[in-house]
Every structure is written in structure tokens, then in C-alpha cells.
Design a protein around this ligand. Structure first.
Ligand code: BES
Ligand code: ZN
Ligand code: ZN
Length: 506
């Protein structure tokens, strides 16, 4: 467990096993100012380390200096790089590096002395980088790496502040709730597919409602989906002996207006995607356990919003299925009548995500009449080809909604790149025997998938986020201190902050 506290105390009186102090590559005077008042031999030692270029302040480097005196046992000099290029993202990365180094040298408590006047961005970034980087998915390891040394049951981190302690504590607490949500989403997405079935995710959703009075969860079972006409979800779920579940989570945070729903989030949760009858090659098929990431993100978002007690009503819909080949599977050639009445010819059973999302989106819009819909899905390999593994694809019918997300994404550094939803692409999913077909060929695969979804959206402002490349660390993923291997929880921070901003509860 990680605890972050703002402490209003000068560095000269803080008893601590370790204090982290930032050093700019191009400005050492700041360092000397921070050390002002500390015992002369310690200052001399630090001066020597810097003068002799043992520590240059280069970005992300660190150097431990033992003090042999109180109040601090050691100082970690942390390289901040060039002064003018330090931004929120770099602070996140640095905070992550500092935390990792502190664990490495076996301290269970340390302090951070800010290099400058505090800002909200700085405090948020320190909390985010620290708590995201300390995440580990090790529940299946019999022997945790260096157990006794490296896994302190509680890591206490003090942020030393000059004033407004309570205000900074509030920023830390709020940010910590968001990061706990990200780590909760990572924990779910990292689960192996033998453990995490559609039913498992349904139980997680039910558990949320028992823990938060403002959340209610409803599970639509397969027979009910059949009678409602949610045939896209039913079809994809047919090949598995684990029945599909449609999870619906309602969060009612706006007492004043219980009927307005500003946001509907829909998340693809294919607990394992073999491709079905159009089976995938076996190489790296194990990674298809992450095909539930969009759904796990939505569970995490709902949990975070409830803990933050956000004053808005938000609905989360998570279609949960396992896509398997068997004698009961749906087939290429099948024609499905979807929830909104449109017919779809299945050409490839591996393009299953759009089928379960289409029904969920159409159902959610009809039932809740939301002001906006955002869906998150590991939808297409083509998105990785187009944008790589660090940037998500975004397609939208609403420039206004997209502009809001873009603004947030600049702060969270969860990067989205817009692809066009031009009508020309509709031609590629025209079917001879049904209204549309479920694949549009190799050209523009991410776009044709989104065009497919647009058939189920109507005029509601909508953003589709294709997180195929960013939902977990994979080939080409930029190595960042705060993204440990496995599920990243990509999107959770941005979407929680979007709801916070839009409900006026920053
Ligand atoms: N879950 C996959 C997409 C995917 C592939 C995400 C690799 C991340 C990494 C999706 O269900 C799928 O298989 N899509 C097909 C669509 C194709 C058949 C039109 C794809 O991308 O190959
Ligand atoms: Zn697939
Ligand atoms: Zn899939």
C-alpha cells in the first residue's frame, strides 16, 4: 500500500531515511537553495558530487548520498534534465523512477522536497507517477521477487510543502483515488483467461454495487439477451461453454436531476479472443487475454467515479464474452439481426468486438438517452499498424466532444489521434446479402470498424477509442517508469477527468 502525505515542515527538520531532491542539468543554484540550512558537511558532500560530475542532473539519473547525520539519513539527487523542457509528463516519469529507486535501496518511507513552488500539475504528476509505477501484478508468483526486501507492506511518502498543507493533501487524495482506479483496471485486465470469465467480470460489477450505495448493477443473462434481440452478443458468445453476460452499471451521483445521463461508457470485454472459427495464428495468442481491457477500463472508471462521489449520472455497459471455436460457434456466412434491427453478414468471426459493441451501444442509447457515448475497445490490429503502440485511435461524430477529450489528453498524456469517419468507407462494409458485413478488407481497418459501429449510434455525440496498441505493453511500447509490464489501464485517467471536468467538480 502506498500512502502520500503533504507535510508542512522545513527540510531542515524532517527526520527521514531518504529525501529526494531534484537537480537541473543546467542550473545548480536551485539545489543549493533547497539545501539552505542543512549541516555544512552534508552540503559540502553534495556540492562535491555535483562538481565532480558524479551527478550531472541528466534526466532520470539518480545518485544516493549518505549523510551520517540528522535529520535525513540519505539524499537522493534526481536528475531533472533541462529546466525549460520539464513538463507534467516528465514529472510523472521522474516520480516513478524515484519510487523504484527507493524500493531498490530498501526504504519504506521517504520524502520529496519540491525543486520549486508547488502547482496542482506538479502534485498530481508526483502522485500519478509514484502510484502507477509501484503497481505490480504478482498474485500468481509463489516467490515474489526479493519478497522481504522489496515489498514493504506500506510505503509512506511525504511531500514537503511550505504552505496550504490541506489543499495539497486534497489534491493528493483525489489523484490517489484515480490511480487506485487505474490499478484496479490493470489488475482485472491482467487476469488470465482461465480465471477471468464473463461471469467473473459480472461478479466484479455486482461487487461494486455492494460497496458503493450510488452504484447499481444489472446483469443481462443470455436467455434475456435472446428475447431482447441482442443477437450480436449472443452470436459471439455461442462458441464458448462460458455464457456471455451483459453488464450494466448505473452510477447515480446527481441527486438534482436523476434522468440526465451525461455519459455512457461502453467497454469491449472479450475475456479471450481466439478468433473463433476464423481462428487466429497461435503466435502471441496468449495476449488476447487483454481483449477484455476496454471493459475492465469501464469497470475501473465506474468505481473511480463512485469513490470520488462525482455529481453526475454515468452508465457503464460491458458486453462480456469469450470468442471460441466449437460446434456451437457462430460462423462466417451467418446473418445476424442486431438489436437496432439492422442485419449483419458475418464474414470473419474474428471481427467479434464490433458485434458486441454495436448491440451494447444501440441498447444503451435507447434505454438511457445519454448526452454522449464513449466506447473503448481493443478493436483492430490495424490500429497498431496505423498508429503504433503508444497512441490510441479515436474516431468521432462530434468535434465538440472530441475537442474536450483532446484537451484532457494533453494533461494526462494518454495520447489519442483522430482518424476520419468519412462516408466513402461505408462502401467497404456493404454486403450482398445483408445491410452490412462485419469486415471491410485490409484497407483502413480501424476506420471501417468504426464506420461499422456508427451504424448503431444515431445522432448522439460519440467517440470510439481503439486501444489495441495501448491497452498493454507490447512490441514498440515506449518504456516508461510508470507503466510496468502488462495491462496499462490506458484511458481510465482521461475519462474520469473528463467526467470530473464536465460535472464541474474538478
Ligand atoms: N481483438 C482483436 C484486435 C487486436 C489484435 C487487438 C491484436 C490487439 C492486438 C480483434 O477482435 C480482431 O481480431 N480484429 C481483427 C479484425 C479483422 C478480422 C477485420 C484484426 O484486427 O485482425
Ligand atoms: Zn477478434
Ligand atoms: Zn477481439
Amino acid at each position: 500500500m502506498v500512502k502520500l502525505i503533504a507535510e508542512q515542515i522545513p527540510i531542515t527538520s524532517k527526520q527521514t531515511p531518504l529525501v529526494v531532491i531534484g537537480v537541473f542539468e543546467d542550473e545548480v543554484e536551485g539545489l543549493m537553495k533547497v539545501l539552505d540550512g542543512i549541516s555544512a558537511p552534508v552540503v559540502e558532500m553534495v556540492e562535491r558530487v555535483v562538481k565532480e560530475k558524479e551527478h550531472t542532473g541528466s534526466f532520470g539519473s539518480s545518485c544516493i548520498v549518505h549523510c551520517f547525520t540528522s535529520p535525513m539519513d540519505r539524499i537522493m539527487l534526481l536528475g531533472l534534465g533541462q529546466k525549460k523542457s520539464l513538463d507534467k509528463e516528465k514529472i510523472r516519469v521522474l516520480a516513478g523512477k524515484a519510487a523504484a529507486r527507493a524500493i531498490e535501496i530498501n526504504v519504506s518511507e521517504y520524502s520529496i522536497k519540491p525543486y520549486t513552488q508547488l502547482t496542482k500539475d506538479f502534485v498530481e504528476a508526483v502522485c500519478e507517477g509514484t502510484c502507477l509505477s509501484l503497481y505490480k501484478f504478482d498474485q500468481y508468483l509463489s516467490q515474489k521477487t526479493g519478497e522481504s526486501l522489496h515489498d514493504p507492506p506500506l510505503l509512506k511518502i511525504s511531500l514537503l510543502v511550505d504552505r496550504d498543507r490541506e489543499e495539497w493533501q486534497r489534491v493528493l487524495d483525489k489523484t490517489k483515488i484515480i490511480i487506485d482506479a487505474v490499478n484496479f483496471g490493470r489488475d482485472l485486465a491482467n487476469l488470465p483467461p482461465n480465471e477471468c470469465s464473463p461471469e467473473y467480470l459480472a461478479r466484479v460489477a455486482l461487487d461494486l454495487s455492494s460497496r458503493h450505495p450510488r452504484i447499481s448493477t444489472r446483469i443481462i443473462e443470455r436467455y434475456e439477451m435472446e428475447s431482447l434481440g441482442l443477437n450480436g452478443i449472443v452470436a459471439v458468445g455461442m462458441g464458448s461453454n462460458k455464457p456471455p453476460k451483459l453488464v450494466i452499471i448505473e452510477y447515480r451521483g446527481n441527486e438534482g436531476s436523476s434522468t440526465t445521463v451525461p455519459f455512457l461508457f461502453v467497454g469491449k470485454a472479450v475475456t479471450f479472443d481466439t478468433g473463433g472459427i476464423s481462428i487466429k495464428p497461435s503466435e502471441r495468442m496468449d495476449e488476447m487475454k487483454f481483449d477484455k481491457s476496454g471493459g475492465c477500463d469501464v469497470l475501473a472508471i465506474m468505481s473511480g467515479l463512485a469513490k470520488l462521489e462525482v455529481k453526475a449520472n454515468v452508465i457503464g455497459i460491458i458486453p462480456c464474452v469469450e470468442n471460441m471455436p466449437s460446434s456451437s460457434s457462430y460462423r462466417p456466412g451467418d446473418i445476424l439481426r442486431m438489436y437496432n434491427g439492422k442485419t449483419v453478414e458475418v464474414i470473419n468471426t474474428d471481427a467479434e468486438g464490433r458485434l458486441i459493441l454495436a448491440d451494447s451501444i444501440a441498447y444503451g442509447i435507447e434505454k438511457y438517452n445519454p448526452n454522449s457515448v464513449i466506447d473503448l475497445a481493443t478493436l483492430t490490429g490495424a490500429c497498431i499498424v496505423a498508429l503504433g503502440s503508444n497512441i490510441a485511435g479515436a474516431l468521432s461524430n462530434s468535434p465538440e466532444l472530441f475537442a474536450k477529450l483532446r484537451q484532457i489528453s494533453e494533461k494526462t498524456n494518454e495520447k489519442f489521434w483522430e482518424l476520419p469517419l468519412y462516408p466513402e468507407f461505408s462502401e467497404q462494409i456493404r454486403s450482398k446479402f445483408a445491410d452490412i458485413k462485419n469486415i471491410g478488407g485490409r484497407a483502413g481497418g480501424t476506420i471501417t470498424a468504426a464506420i461499422f459501429l456508427s451504424n448503431f449510434v444515431n445522432e448522439t455525440p460519440w467517440i470510439h477509442l481503439d486501444i489495441a496498441g495501448t491497452a498493454w505493453t507490447q512490441d514498440g511500447t515506449w518504456d516508461k517508469s510508470y507503466n510496468p509490464k502488462g495491462a496499462t489501464g490506458f484511458g481510465i485517467r482521461s475519462l474520469i477527468r473528463l467526467v470530473l471536468d464536465e460535472s464541474g467538480s474538478r
